[in-house]
Design a protein around this ligand. Structure first.
Ligand code: HPA
Length: 273
């Protein structure tokens, strides 16, 4: 059996001994956007460390957890804290949580992240609907023997971010009068921020925002047949676009500022899925 699948089944077994909740929507909360979990009518929580074999961050205080509950009438599972490739995990571990949420029953994956704005029309604090991604700078999580139980060897990637879900988010933003940009998200490995030359490259390639997550998760979810959508919080203008050097603190601060609007947009959109 594929080693990633074996590990996944072990985690799922461990999950099943602790939680019996079937989510419809899985939501991954990006840096600084964890407050969203406070808007959920919480039914149960499960620390990643309680799931046997689950990749747990080695950074103290950053272990993270699943939050299960309802947004309106919709059963959701939320990830407070994700696993990043730059932390040193194999790419199979990075996407294990997505696959686990699929096994829990989630049909829809709502991805969120903090990013750097590459599009010259963007400002720090903008929210961007992800319409497509560029993932080929990170290892593909489907490399290795195909997990037939999850999906096909050569999955189509023509419409990863579901047009119908995009339209719901667009309409919701309009009704809530929340300005919403749109664009292509490019995933790099990090953890260093990009050089100005890399940002010029990203722009030439058609990226509107860059970050260190999300696209590999979307690949795994698409492989497993989930419907996917995503919103990126553009927390800073990318390297070389302003005079200041980039810091994680700046990213965090911008995410905190955008959090209330972001939270409303995600919650109201989920209710309409
Ligand atoms: N680059 C990459 N990832 C990021 C950035 C950035 O500028 N801002 C927030 N996440």
């Amino acid at each position: 059996m594929n080693a990633d699948y074996h590990k996944l089944l072990k985690c799922y077994e461990s999950f099943c001994t602790k939680i019996s909740f079937q989510p419809k929507v899985a939501i991954i909360l990006g840096s600084g956007l964890g407050d969203f979990a406070d808007t959920i009518q919480i039914e149960a929580e499960l620390s990643y460390s309680e799931i046997e074999g689950f990749p747990v961050s080695t950074v103290p205080g950053h272990a993270g957890r699943f939050v299960f509950g309802y947004v309106g009438d919709v059963p959701v599972v939320c990830m407070k804290g994700r696993v990043h490739y730059y932390e040193g995990y194999p790419i199979g571990d990075v996407v294990l949580p997505v696959r686990l949420m699929k096994l829990m029953g989630a049909e829809i994956l709502f991805l969120t992240n903090a990013s750097g704005g590459v599009n010259q029309g963007f400002l720090a604090g903008d929210l961007m609907l992800i319409t497509d991604h560029i993932a080929c700078f990170a290892p593909n999580p489907l490399i290795g023997s195909n997990i037939e139980e999850l999906g096909t060897r050569f999955p189509d990637m023509s419409t990863v971010y579901q047009p119908a879900l995009q339209e719901i988010i667009r309409q919701t933003a309009k009704e809530l009068q929340i300005p919403l940009k749109e664009g292509v998200y490019l995933q790099l490995t990090g953890p260093s921020f990009e050089s100005p030359a890399e940002i010029r490259m990203a722009r030439l390639l058609g990226a509107d925002a860059v970050g260190m997550s999300t696209a590999v998760e979307a690949i795994a979810a698409n492989h497993a047949g989930m419907k996917i959508c995503g919103i990126s919080c553009v927390c800073n203008l990318a390297a070389g676009m302003t005079a200041q050097p980039l810091t994680h603190a700046e990213v965090q601060e911008a995410a905190d500022k955008a959090a209330p609007l972001f939270t409303r947009l995600v919650a109201e959109s989920v209710k309409r899925f």
